[in-house]
Design a protein around this ligand. Sequence first.
Ligand code: 4AD
Ligand code: MG
Length: 478
Amino acid sequence: MKRTKIKALLATSPSNQLVTVNGWVRTFRNNQFISINDGSTIQNLQAVVELNSVDESLLKRLTPGACLSVIGELVASLGKGQAVEVKVKQLEILGDCDAEKYPLQLKNRPSLEYLREVAHLRSRTNTFSAVMRVRHAMAFAVHNFFNERGFFYIHTPVITGSDAEGAGAMFRVTTLDPNNPPRNEQGHIDFKEDFFGRETNLTVSGQLEGETYALALSEIYTFGPTFRAENSNTTRHLAEFWMIEPEMAFYDIQDNMQLAQDFLQYLVRYALKNCTEDLEFLNKRAQEEEDAKPKEQRSELGLMDRLKFVSENDFQRLSYTEAIDILKNSNPNKKKKFQYLIDEWGVDLQSEHERFLVEKHFKKPVILYNYPAEIKAFYMRQNEDGKTVAAMDVLFPGIGEIIGGSQREERYDRILKRIHELKLPEKDLWWYLELRKFGSAPHSGFGLGFERLIQFVTGMTNIRDVIPFPRYPGNAEF
Ligand code: 4AD
Ligand code: MG
């Protein structure tokens, strides 16, 4: 008989029909009540074993984590907590699970830190299955959003020869023998002999390649893995993360900011509407985490309230210069509470400053724009003041920067000058420069860090807990 998923069964009215359920045992109580989860929903299905109907030796094997297949009648449940349950007629263990050795059994409530060490099994917990269902829903919503608006999904390469951010934090891709690489006459490693006949790396961003298609298809987006070899051990950085990068011809920085707000609000609304059960569970777990903190560190709004608030209210737009004024005159700056004090225009903002603006000053998401050129990437459009560029960062409560983007410099002479000033490898960027020679157009785009979005939506505090197998300095297990 064909198996039915638990999510579908729980939405079915019971009429003693026979059903097949496959899943993993969560608990087995009183030698009678099996709680089964198959991952289709956070809810478990209760299967009831009638006395003497199933062999005693089989019941012994119903340990948490064991995989089983049950055939039984779907009936209205007498117990509270569920509308239907299954009266077991037949029971088969598909995979035993040694209760003594099962890593999720060792502790009552394993910590998130411990679960990272067993990332191949943490998928079985309520928390991780809820997070990954939300992650799936958000990926789906990303495609929906752009598809509804006529954007085309472009697959940009994972292996590239360029450094999109000009920041140099890249993983090299090579097939040369590290112990005996070919060398040129000067004794340097000869990458002409390498697989691609040149130096290559894993991409840090699909933006530059994305621009080539925006200047042909008008509105495009990418959605793929990106890689950064920065030694950042924080709750917001991964070495491998997923990024969504829309790129639009004929958009200026204001249009770009509006799209970023519309996009984020759409995603949050989608989650509220389609991930209710998982979000309610995650809301409760986030609340417990909050309650364990000292009072002054707790956030004012719970997860659900935060999501509603963001989806309903306009983001605050603020220039970098205005932000510096606010920060300079802020209490934590005057009382020297900031680790990095703000004294002059031009400094890069740290996450303590971003959080102050978002969480304390405006109490809503902030879009900061027009940053000093010196602290931003080479491709950003230079403003007429000669000091700032049309950059924008979207800052979220509890997260900090969730989106970074800009209007792009579409003027050939201006961008070439900037490439020279920054001593970037002009020869590698020849094709990018040609876009500015042949039918250039004003255009803009941004990048949304997918895991930071998932952190915001699920309320998980560590980015390592919103991707199945996190990659960070010192860790590439699994
Ligand atoms: O601000 P970033 O570096 O911007 C770019 O890469 C541009 N090329 C985007 C564009 O304009 N098309 O990165 C964009 C976003 C950040 O705002 C952040 O959310 C996320 O990507 N991000 C990271 N997420 C996890 N781990 C890291 N190491 C990240 N670095 C950036
Ligand atoms: Mg950035």
